[in-house]
Design a protein around this ligand. Structure first.
Ligand code: PNS
Length: 179
């Protein structure tokens, strides 16, 4: 029997936290690859909202029961991690032209470091083209709704971290019987 080797793509990033834009890219990747490894960079220089362990748990929860998606962490060079797990493809999402320049630089540097590993760019649905983890955190902190922008488990964990979002500030109701 001719057994084809399973194709694995790595989807690396900070994922602080994972958003529906990321989920969209994972979904598209699963149409092309057998499995996707969502790989969180352990970066001691950043001060993330969610710890690496929390981010892994959120991704595992979002993909509970899906055996084609794995959450993992890495430190050091991404291409070394890719070799270690036997993946030959890195997937990155491009939301807008503004993403492209940095992504292009990274892809070419990774190719120079390890020519056996290819970078594939994917575009999320247009409805997620403005979405980022940073904006999700900011909007939630300021009392805005993030429903539909992040998986429900992330919204729950944001509420646990920050408490329920503050109600929006509007005009103060007038006192009765006064002009
Ligand atoms: O979600 P992010 O923060 O845009 O992800 C950036 C990430 C993690 C993909 C990138 O910083 C990375 O791959 N870092 C690992 C270090 C590395 O390999 N650097 C050289 C390649 S440019």
């Amino acid at each position: 029997m001719n057994r084809r080797q399973r194709s694995t793509a790595i989807f690396p990033g900070s994922f602080d936290p994972i958003t529906n834009g990321h989920l969209d890219i994972v979904g598209r990747s699963l149409r092309v690859f057998d499995e996707v490894r969502v790989a969180i960079l352990v970066n001691p220089e950043k001060r993330p909202l969610f710890t690496v362990e929390e981010r892994v748990a959120l991704i595992r929860e979002a993909y509970r029961g899906n055996r084609r998606v794995h959450a993992d962490t890495f430190s050091g060079l991404l291409v070394d991690y890719a070799e270690k797990v036997g993946a030959s493809v890195i997937v990155r999402g491009i939301r807008a032209i503004s993403d492209f320049e940095f992504e292009f630089q990274m892809a070419l540097m990774n190719r120079r470091l390890n020519p056996r590993i290819e970078t594939v760019f994917m575009m999320p649905a247009e409805s997620y083209s403005y979405l980022s983890s940073r904006l999700v955190k900011e909007v939630f902190q300021l009392g805005g709704k993030v429903t539909g922008l992040v998986p429900p488990v992330v919204e729950r964990r944001l509420r646990e971290k920050y408490g329920a979002p503050a109600p929006p500030v509007g005009p103060r109701p007038r006192a009765r019987g006064r002009a």
